[in-house]
Ligand binder design. Sequence first.
Ligand code: FA5
Length: 346
Amino acid sequence: MTENLDNIKKQFYEELNSVNSYAELERVRVAYLGKKGLVTEQLKNLRYLTPEEKKTAGMMVNSLKDEIEQAIISYQGTLKEKEYRKEIEGAERYDFTIPTNRELGTLHPITIVQRRIEEIFMTMGFIIEDGLEIQTEYNNFEAVNTPKDHPARDMQDTYYLENGQLLKTHTSAAQNTIMRKYGAPKKGEHLKVLFPGRCFRNENVDASHENTFFQLEGMMIGDDISIANLIYFMKVLLTEVFERDVKIRLRPGFFPFVEPGFELDINCAICGGKGCPTCKNSGWLELLPCGMIHPNVLRMGGIDPEKYTGFAFGLGLTRLAMMKYNIKDIRLFNSGNLKQLKQFTR
Ligand code: FA5
């Protein structure tokens, strides 16, 4: 009996190892475990044995049956791997070194402007950070001094997820995380961070408002930062991006996370300030709100407002790209209209 079972086992593994498909595997299973299979026959033969012999032989046959069942199950994994390998080996191969005359992709105008600003600020010692698009309500609102029921929340209606989180309405949502990550700067040093990102708002879409748009935020914190630093950096930013003189105006603006706060508007490049649908006939486009970081925001970020001050700005990157490239309607950016978008590429 033992010899017989050993032979069956040996024969089974030989057959199993040459299996190359699920159909073959099934054939092997039936040959051993099916109604007339070799192992099943051994189980049937137990009835000819004495009760004593049956006990030991029964254990041996059943253990072989379990082993074969397990081997077949785990061989399914081996087969899957064999199939993947076959697929990979048979896959079409590319030689990336062969020159192509197919048309190459191009950078999106927003990416071009974003990279340019990053270059400018990196040369001034800023580090670049990346904020999350899905944010907690705390980071998006509370941590920037906009508690629940604050009227300023109405200005930034957004999309809430079922888990209570939201799509961030502004890049300021990353301020608290960044302050906590880097902490207050050492004496005589500054924390200088730039953090661009995609924002979402439940907006009535028009020529200058999208529900999905980009902002680029900057923040500088130290023990000697004043409005003079803020104005200097805003000037450098606009002069470098436009490579020409641009007319701007600075006026007081309210944001709960800055005190004092300003709105920096740019003279509409589409109509030269005469008034058009892009600037809603005002001749100006809101572009770069900014201000001195509110003490509550610093405190919530773990930075002592008695010792440190800082400025922050939230540039409307999509609108800046509109002004830079004279794009009349913001909807072009998300349109996927490659023919038009490509004309701005370097
Ligand atoms: C803010 O989002 C503030 N977080 C900016 C800020 C940061 C102020 C730091 C002070 C300090 P506001 O809602 O105004 O502010 O948006 C900033 C800019 O984003 C606007 O000036 C505008 O250029 C752009 N923007 C806002 N909403 C839209 C929209 N729906 N479509 C396109 N651009 C928009």
